[in-house]
Design a protein. Structure first.
Ligand SMILES: [Zn+2]
Length: 268
């Protein structure tokens, strides 16, 4: 009986050690942390996509953590100026959800922070998750309210947000022809720059899924950087395949801190 209990406790300890890899060495604070967010909103009862929703209360804790521990907030266009600088963080938001304006903007203002918004141009009533997997067609992303052009202009004018490209329709690149890929990836930059009278220098691969041809399209364009959804800290020697630190709505604050320090939370 005692042996069974000891084995059970050992198993729990092993599982927790894999879930939260606190024993894993921290990455140098001279590697920029590019944080990946989607929505800043409270979880809806029974709703899917909870991993994409960081609550406003938790988001404020994130901002307090960076602010109180001496991290400098930058936009992605500034990344090249901070190679090997200590404690630099770039907050990024993917897709263009309305709560980035209603919930994130006031908090970013409060903590004197800034961020980069990777905006999908055809974002209204567009459930792009179905493009990656037809079984994903839950309609949740289509129903989620997106930013209006007026919201976006105000966010840029505030000086807090800059825009990054995230394609026109959020295609699944492996199923997209080379010609369409080029149009989606490069034309979105021109559209955003003209519509919002701003400079767009960074790109985010839709779903974080890309191959070497996609990297080459971005590299040979006028983009200066591109982010993936691969987890980790930024490697300046690979500016077109930058890893990001995932901010998950399923994480507690302890898990968030592990992610910032180590680039990822754990193995399970
Ligand atoms: Zn996206």
């Amino acid at each position: 009986m005692i042996i069974a209990l000891a084995i059970f406790i050992d198993l729990i300890i092993i599982l927790l050690s894999l879930k939260y890899a606190w024993w894993y060495p921290s990455k140098s604070t001279k590697k920029t942390r590019i944080m990946m967010y989607h929505m800043i909103s409270d979880h809806l009862p029974g709703s899917k996509k909870s991993g994409l929703r960081v609550s406003p209360t938790m988001f404020e804790k994130h901002l307090q953590y960076f602010h109180n521990n001496g991290w400098k907030f930058i936009k992605m266009s500034e990344l090249k100026n901070y190679e090997n600088a200590d404690k630099v963080v770039a907050l990024t938001f993917d897709d263009g959800y309305l709560d980035n304006y209603t919930n994130a903007l006031p908090l970013l203002k409060k903590y004197n922070a800034c961020a980069t918004l990777y905006l999908v141009i055809d974002r209204h009533k567009n459930d792009w998750s179905v493009k990656k997997n037809p079984k994903h067609n839950s309609g949740v992303l289509a129903d989620e309210e997106k930013l209006s052009d007026d919201n976006i202009q105000e966010m840029i004018n505030s000086g807090i947000f800059e825009l990054g490209g995230h394609t026109i329709t959020h295609p699944f690149l492996p199923n997209t022809s080379t010609e369409d890929k080029q149009y989606e990836m490069l034309e979105c930059k021109n559209i955003l720059e003209q519509k919002f009278n701003t400079k767009v220098s960074s790109f985010a691969y839709p779903f974080g899924i890309y191959d070497q041809d996609d990297v080459n399209i971005i590299r040979s364009s006028h983009y200066e950087s591109a982010v993936t959804t691969n987890e980790g800290v930024a490697n300046n020697r690979m500016p077109f395949e930058l890893k990001r630190v995932k901010a998950s709505g399923k994480d507690n604050f302890f898990a968030f801190r592990l992610r910032v320090l180590k680039g990822f939370r754990g193995f399970i």
